[in-house]
Design a protein around this ligand. Sequence first.
Ligand code: ADP
Length: 489
Amino acid sequence: MTSIDVAGTPVDTRHYIGGSRVASIETYTNTSPIDGSFLGEISRGGAHEVDLAVAAAKAAFPGWAATLPAERAAVMNRIADLVEENIEALSNIETLDNGGLIRSNRRGVMPRVGHNFRFFADWLVNHLGHPDFETRGHTNHISWDPSGVAALITPWNAPLMLATWKIAPALAAGDTVVLKPAEWTPLTASFFSDLTKRAGLPDGVFNVVQGFGAEAGAALVAHPDLSRISFTGSVPTAKSIARAAADNLTPCSFELGGKSPCIVLEDADLDLAVTLAIEQYDNAGQVCLSGTRILVHESIADAFTAAFTAKAATLVQGDPRDAATDIGPQVHLKHFDRIKGFVDRAAASGQNIVMGGTPNEELGGAYFRPTLVLEPTPGNEIVTAEVFGPVLTLQTFSTDAELIALANGTEFGLAAVVVSGNREHADRITSQLVAGTIWVNCFFVRDLRAPFGGSKKSGTGREGGTWSFDFYADVKNTVVAPTGWADSK
Ligand code: ADP
């Protein structure tokens, strides 16, 4: 079977290579984390399919690179139109495949997919550029040239949104693309391939190879014909990709994990602080940017903890297809087991789990209760490692110096949330935090013009706005002398 019915929409289970569907002899089984139900058998790609896809992307590159920015932008805007026409289908497919909330997919995630294309199309045509530099009459002109074939390796927590955050700027930059989606969530990328075809994207410009990281992913990143690798995922996988890329000196952009602080200063509005802290459970805690370490000033810690646990008790856990649900399942039983392992080991080592700490037995399957660990032992893995589930820790501090040491005291530096009622105080704190993105009295708002990425082990490089073009394109400086011209003699 090459097409499956996903919530009433047919979705192809094969690769998308050179504008055609290509099957593998081998397949793997894809199930829904909502109830473990069977979704379909997905083509399981490896080196052979990767070779086909990279060859197709390489062959399509000269043609796509030669299109005018306005032509590229027009195709990208048509892709955005089709995404917007299909928000309901895309939301349903994604929710069944990764267990994310249908209401988030409808309201925020899928509209953002369309916006990714509109934004980078507009940026290419209307904003990408730099004033020339002048050196003794010589003009230095900066341009962003297409670089070649970009390999994109993406995760399962926001599958299509995170993929298009890379696909859109790569296509805008004039690159052609081979995408390897996460094996647990192959479906929206496949459905999206058909939209690119309908939008008139030339064959071979965008390709999808499905399959496992160790097979399709590893073969892709080791391919010698890539100009770029952009990866979002875990630190160990990034290291393995970096090693493979080293042989070809393929430039890499890595957006990795986090163990970010959610800081509540003594001058914070308590209601706002609780609301923002509760949001760190979004997507069942499967958000790399989550502020999973709540750091609260000791003077308000008791009041905060009481209000936080009271509010957390009102969160509705259940089927993500129900618009009333706040917390759905984890993406996969294997990931659920990993989270449970972290929490069980925390309990065994005497950590104070004041809320949750167990699977939700009523729902069964991959549902883990929102969990809070109070004052974890410094150095315990529950407060140092990325759990990537609905598990938060709460620590108190008494001075700003103590806070900064705690906040920066991990190997990560992806994000931070700061809640404060005093602008100067907030500024003093943010200026000392090591993080790619800091939210003050808010969470998750981000302008696509702004840079995004992590410090320390949370990543290398930045994407967003011109930073994305800096990565996907070959940035060129053309220096033109004032002399030597026939008409200047
Ligand atoms: P997680 O452990 O949370 O699933 P990963 O970093 O392993 O996160 O996965 C993110 C993406 O990286 C997925 O698309 C996965 O298939 C891919 N991947 C995993 N291992 C490799 C690898 N060795 N080379 C290339 N891609 C990989």
